[in-house]
Design a binder for this molecule. Structure first.
Ligand SMILES: Nc1ncnc2c1ncn2[C@@H]1O[C@H](COP(=O)(O)OP(=O)(O)OP(=O)(O)O)[C@@H](O)[C@H]1O
Ligand SMILES: [Mg+2]
Length: 377
């Protein structure tokens, strides 16, 4: 298949926080994406609760519930795609393909039978939108011995790499991921540990709110040094890259397993979890990106004022800023990456960076689900 230079792509993802389905309509110029429209599609609260309960290991699913959930998530992803089209008055026929990440419910890239599992039936999305869908981006990398994550560093390198300096790109999603872009073009990337996922879960439990807006709950507490040290002693933080993790690991049971938290003030625990995020990121930078003087942050965490304040303090002389300073919307970079990955798939080009994921080699990622009546692929 040849690439149509005027073709548009849609990228869809709901991250580990499951805060919304992020949808972007993208045009590529000289291979670089330009966002034409974006939409953050809220999850129906009951569906979100069900997904999170499964993702955090609090609920098991029988096969019927599993199949139904796959389709329900697919419907929501299709709605997100159709809304980004409607909002920009773009006909579906103008879109070459949708890249859909789906919703991760389990990510276990280690062990004897490594796997990663995203739900959101791509056939449902293709059928409802009338657009070809590329999905299932992570499993080819896992099958090749990789972590299946992170998949964003290749796009970070294209958009934010600099020939004269080493930069770090920090995605503050449910999990925090770091991409190190060396001045010589070398790229590394890995998950440093928890970010919004744990903060959200604690806030939901003690405040009944899905997230700690601006970090005010955390700002009212004091860091508990003993708890912070106990959490930082978790072996994940000392593991060398490549490494990736998920919500099934860093969740409230993990917190409870490390220390007795029932007697602590909930605001102090929130402050400590926020400090854990800042500290684990700062340590990872010190170890794996000592030359990076600039840290460009993206993901929902950039809106958490207290988190950004604590991070800036922990980073010392390194400069912390949002990718917005470089003209890149921090809320839609991840969705853009899945539009880019869909295009890579159609061009039969690799999507992973083996130096990042640990895969045996570059792999063309994702499978194509044709829309009914479409004979294009
Ligand atoms: N104003 C704000 N104050 C505090 N936190 C915020 C604010 N806005 C967004 N957030 C946080 O950002 C989170 C969403 O971020 P994002 O969408 O990047 O995460 P994600 O969907 O889990 O992505 P990823 O796949 O990278 O893990 C919310 O759950 C919330 O914790
Ligand atoms: Mg999100």
């Amino acid at each position: 298949m040849t690439d149509d230079k005027t073709a548009l792509y849609i990228g869809l993802i709901s991250g580990t926080s499951a805060d919304s389905i992020d949808a972007v309509l993208v045009r590529f110029r000289d291979g670089l994406p330009q966002i034409l429209a974006s939409h953050a599609h809220p999850w129906p609260p009951a569906l979100r609760q069900r997904m999170l309960a499964v993702a955090q290991g609090e609920a098991a699913l029988d096969l019927d519930a599993w199949g139904r959930l796959d389709v329900e998530i697919g419907y929501q992803f299709a709605d997100a795609a159709m809304l980004v089209l409607a909002n920009s008055c773009t006909p579906a026929t103008a879109v070459r393909a949708i890249g859909s990440h789906g919703q991760t419910l389990r990510h276990r890239p280690g062990g004897d039978f490594p796997f990663t599992l995203q739900l959101g039936d791509p056939s449902v999305i293709a059928e409802r939108c009338g657009i070809d869908v590329v999905a299932d981006f992570r499993r080819a990398d896992v099958a090749a011995g990789g972590q299946g994550a992170p998949l964003l560093p290749a796009l970070h390198a294209m958009l934010l790499g600099a020939a004269d300096r080493t930069r770090a790109v920090l995605n503050l999603g449910g999990i925090a991921n770091l991409t190190v872009l060396a001045a010589d073009g070398g790229v590394r990337g890995f998950d440093t540990g928890p970010a919004n996922g744990l903060l959200d879960a604690w806030c939901q439990r003690h405040r009944g709110e899905p997230f700690d807006r601006d970090g005010t709950f955390a700002a009212h507490g004091n860091v508990v040094p003993g708890l912070l040290e106990a959490l930082l002693a978790d072996p994940y933080f000392a593991l060398p890259p490549p490494k990736s993790t998920g919500r099934e690991y860093f969740q409230l049971d993990w917190l409870a397993a490390h220390a007795s938290i029932s007697t602590l003030d909930p605001a102090d625990v929130q402050a400590t979890l926020l400090e854990l995020t800042a500290c684990s990121i700062a340590r990872a930078l010190a170890q794996y990106a000592p030359a990076a003087n600039e840290v460009l942050a993206c993901g929902g965490g950039v809106h958490n004022r207290e988190l950004m304040r604590r991070l800036a303090e922990r980073l010392g002389s390194r400069r912390l800023c949002s990718t917005a300073e470089h003209g890149i919307d921090p809320d839609f970079l991840e969705a853009t990456a899945f539009a880019w990955l869909a295009r890579q798939r159609l061009l039969k080009l690799p999507g992973n960076l083996p130096a990042v994921t640990g895969a045996r080699g570059p792999r063309v990622l994702g499978a194509i689900y044709s829309a009914s009546g479409s004979g294009s692929s």
